[in-house]
Design a protein around this ligand. Sequence first.
Ligand SMILES: Cc1ncc(COP(=O)(O)O)c(C=O)c1O
Length: 503
Amino acid sequence: MSVPSSRPHSRLPSRSGTPSIREMVHEVMKHFKHEKESEAHQIFRQQVGHQPKGFLPQTVNPDEETVPGIEHPGSTGVIYCSDRAMANGFSYAQSHEWANLGQGAPEVGPIPNAHPRPDSITMPLDSLEYAPTTGVKALREAVANLYNHTYRQGKASQYTYENVCIVPGGRSGLSRVAAVVSDVYCSYQIPDYTAYDQVLSAFKRLVPVPTVLDPKHKYRLDIEQTKKDIRTQGLAVIIASNPRNPTGQVIAGKDLKELVALGKEGTTLILDEFYSWYIYPDHERDFGKSVSSAEYVDDVNTDPIVIIDGLTKNWRLPGWRVCWVMGPKNLITALSQSGSFLDGGANHPMQLAAIPLLEPSYVAQEKIALQKHFKAKRDHVLKRLHDLHLDVDIPPHATFYIWLNLEKLPPPLNNGLTFFEELLKEKSIVIPGIFFDINPAHRRNLFHSPCHHFVRLSFGPPLEDLDKGLDAIGRVVKAARKEGTKKFGHSYKKSLETAPEQI
Ligand SMILES: Cc1ncc(COP(=O)(O)O)c(C=O)c1O
């Protein structure tokens, strides 16, 4: 069922300057739009784990859970979007027919001027044993060395292997950290990386405290306000991705220095720096620079700064599952303990294979190649969106994501979940904004989410795929402008097949 749009003349101001009855009705109607009127949102709510919760009289929908003691955490945005794509005919066998602009991973094939992609590894007998839960010492040393070389030259306090814990992927790093956060207030921002939703809910001791970032301030974290919140709300931990997924904004330089200094207020900062190389400078001379809070840490063992990064995005090796958490020694011993029951450590042979990839001269060449290639893709996508009159309000300076505001499109195409469903009909995938509204699905009316009107487009995939997806967006938008929106907002395929691991 589509939401009827108001007729254009009803928006005209009355001659007296005070709002006309029509204007007032329009204003009121705007606020009465509800997710129940939208087929795309009803499909979302029907999937296990996505029913609204927290409403009286029951806190958990009794029809939803059938295994005693088990409660679905709710699928991550990635899995939901994979399910919906499968219901619309997506399969890995025919994935080349689809454009996946939802992809949260960079292209893994060769790119100009980068090193050839690793295509084999050796497996010495020792590597068939378990690796320590903190990781192989030589790799921990290589990580510490890379950070000292890149961000800490000439500083008295240097990272050593004891400040590094190798983990089997970024999410595992986040879970290991979340598992050792005690009963404290943990601040996070909206929008941010989808997996924080589940990570912050699964570990029940910490109490998540949201802050909504304002597009008027380009989604910047207000450091002065955060300082006040630390004092008045007693925030003990702050978690944020920087550069930020999905907005593509980055806290750098003086602002990052101030953020790191919050550690001195007695607050631990968990900075998820997976996109630290995906920075797009304006000047040729700045290619090759990356961003990390490691640059502003005074003492690596007393400043409570926790950095998470790894091979997933910067090295374009998401399948290797080799990542790390860096911080004070005392944190690393806690992470060793949580790793020993959560995941048991990263793959031993892959850790050995990763060591040469952390060599500073190898990294320097990779960074420049990556930044040039992805900057060109970003500019290409922004230009094509401009040609479709879909200009991006706040273009990304970092990451490989575009946070696209759909508000100017006619309803129902102006909401992210419906836009997503319409693109599935065109064999293209984007991610609806609501998945970046951490912890929303179970509570508020989805139409009231600050991310309701957005989708995230990824320029991680190769250029040909990006063009395929932009062609699809062009078809949907042009049809809406030319033929109206009657054919949108309904007739979605309902069947949800088993989800593939990743999209
Ligand atoms: C901000 C951020 N952190 C962590 C990750 C996940 O890393 P991994 O795939 O290694 O678990 C992602 C992936 O999309 C991300 O965007």
